[in-house]
Structures are given as structure tokens and as C-alpha cells.
Design a protein around this ligand. Structure first.
Ligand code: NAP
Length: 236
């Protein structure tokens, strides 16, 4: 897409595998300058190298979304290298080993899941909004889940559900605060074949990444503060 400041600069969290890696691939194929982030340097570099051939502009930078110092280092790198940011995709997420129904799950599991899936995106967004405000048609895409919808409460995974509901709240509140400046939306990718989704999942990664990439590059900038699946707004 043509932008006043050149091709968009996009940061993707959890870019070394799964949906995050596919989002990086699709963004790079569309001409975006992609900063693929991952918490493990070796895995992140290997993933970026896989995409870096041809016309793809993919740069690796380390990021653990639960680590404030790591967030600051990424922010400084972006500021010094690009001076702006156009797209932030908060994709990184976990289903913790201790998952259980709400009456059984231990609070350490809940806290760990909230830290990664909701507070990480909140913290990273706080750090990067000044750079996004210097971007062109800037967007934040939060990778949520239908399991975070308040109407979808059965089936265990209580900590994960709570974290995605909180992430949706983060989306709605930030969208209100950033109205007219930065579009902020949550996306449900569907059930996707990844390490998290498992091999019985119904969708390939390309389909799972599609709506996030659409929100990042193509959706009207006026679409903000929504929960989106298959490029359509769904109920919270
Ligand atoms: P995945 O294959 O398990 O990948 C998760 C990614 O998140 C990995 O890159 C992982 O990095 C990264 N990550 C975890 N904790 C992190 C941290 N503290 N800092 C930085 N990165 C971290 O999962 P996926 O299926 O691609 O899921 C991607 C997103 O989609 C998640 O937010 C997930 O909740 C959401 N989602 C997935 C499905 C599905 O069916 N797959 C459905 C709904 C929503 P490491 O490689 O270092 O572990």
C-alpha cells in the first residue's frame, strides 16, 4: 500500500512460529518493513532469515512481552532506526501448563497468563504509542480469541479465557483513548493449526493470519474499538 512516509513499518510479537510467523510473512509479501520479534534469539533469527529472501524486508529484534527492559530496548531500536511505527500486532500468547476450569486453576497460572496475554500488550502499547502517533494511518491489532468473548464461557481454560477477555477490554479502552489517532482492534483468528491450536484445528495459518493482516493494512482507519473475525465485526 502506498503511504506518505513510505512502506509501513510493522512490529509483530511472537513472530518466530505459528500465526505470528505467518503474519510476518504476509506483511512482508505486501511490502511492509517487518520487525519480527521473539523472546528466543536463535528462533527469532532463524524465522527472520527464512523470510528475508527475495523482496522481503524482515528484521529480527528480541522481545519478551512480560519484560519491561526488553520492551524499552525494542522501543529505542524502533525510534533510532525508523523514528516511527505504523503497525503493532500484539500476537504473542500462551496457554499455560496449569490450565484448568475456574474453580480449580491456581492463581499463579492465572497471573502468568494475564501477564503474557493482556498486560504484555498493554505495556508494549504504552511504550510504542508515541512512535505510532508519528506513523501513517497507524493501527494496533490485538490477537484475541473467541474464547475471550463474554458469551463463550464453557470448556475449561479459565485463565486463558480471562486473559483474552481482559485483552479485549484493553482494546476497547485504548481505542477510546486513541480515537482519531490510532485504530485499535481485537481479532479472533479462528481455530488454527499451530503448536497452540493443535493438528485437529480447522484452519491453516494463512487463514488464521488473514484478518490481522487486513486490519493492519487494508481496513478503513475508522474501524476501531471492535472485535473482528473473518474481516467482520463480532460481539464482545
Ligand atoms: P503458538 O504457535 O503457541 O505461538 C505463540 C507465540 O507466542 C510464540 O512465538 C511464542 O514464543 C510467543 N510468546 C509466548 N510468550 C511470549 C512472551 N512472553 N514474549 C514474547 N513472545 C511470547 O500460538 P499461535 O496459535 O500461533 O497463537 C498466536 C496468537 O493467536 C496467540 O495470542 C493465541 O492466543 C491466539 N489464538 C490462537 C488460536 C489457535 O487456534 N491457534 C486461536 C485463537 C487465538 P516462543 O516460541 O518463545 O514460545
Amino acid at each position: 500500500m502506498a503511504r506518505a512516509g513510505g512502506e509501513p513499518v510493522a512490529v509483530v510479537t511472537g513472530g518466530d512460529r505459528g500465526i505470528g510467523f505467518e503474519i510476518c510473512r504476509q506483511l512482508a509479501a505486501r511490502g511492509a518493513g517487518v520487525v519480527l520479534t521473539a523472546r528466543e534469539r536463535a528462533a527469532g533469527e532463524a524465522a527472520a532469515n527464512k523470510l528475508a529472501g527475495g523482496t522481503h524486508a524482515v528484521t529480527f529484534h528480541p522481545l519478551d512481552v512480560t519484560d519491561g527492559a526488553s520492551i524499552e530496548t525494542l522501543r529505542d531500536f524502533l525510534k533510532d532506526t525508523y523514528g516511527r511505527l505504523d503497525v503493532l500486532i500484539n500476537n504473542a500468547g500462551i496457554i499455560a501448563k496449569g490450565e484448568a476450569p475456574a474453580l480449580k486453576v491456581d492463581l499463579a497460572t492465572v497471573r502468568q497468563t494475564l501477564e503474557t496475554n493482556a498486560l504484555g500488550p498493554q505495556h508494549l502499547t504504552q511504550a510504542l504509542v508515541p512512535l505510532l502517533k508519528r506513523g501513517t494511518s497507524p493501527r494496533i491489532v490485538n490477537m484475541s480469541s473467541g474464547m475471550g468473548a463474554l458469551t463463550d464461557n464453557h470448556g475449561g481454560y479459565a485463565a486463558y479465557r480471562m486473559s483474552k477477555t481482559l485483552l479485549n477490554a484493553v482494546t476497547a479502552i485504548l481505542a477510546a483513548e486513541l480515537a482519531g489517532a490510532v485504530a485499535v482492534n481485537s481479532v479472533c483468528p479462528g481455530w488454527v493449526k499451530t503448536d497452540m491450536g493443535g493438528r485437529n484445528a480447522t484452519r491453516e495459518v494463512a487463514e488464521g493470519a488473514d484478518t490481522a493482516v487486513w486490519l493492519a493494512l487494508d481496513a478503513p482507519a475508522t474501524l476501531t474499538g471492535k472485535f473482528v473475525r473473518d474481516r467482520k465485526v463480532i460481539p464482545w
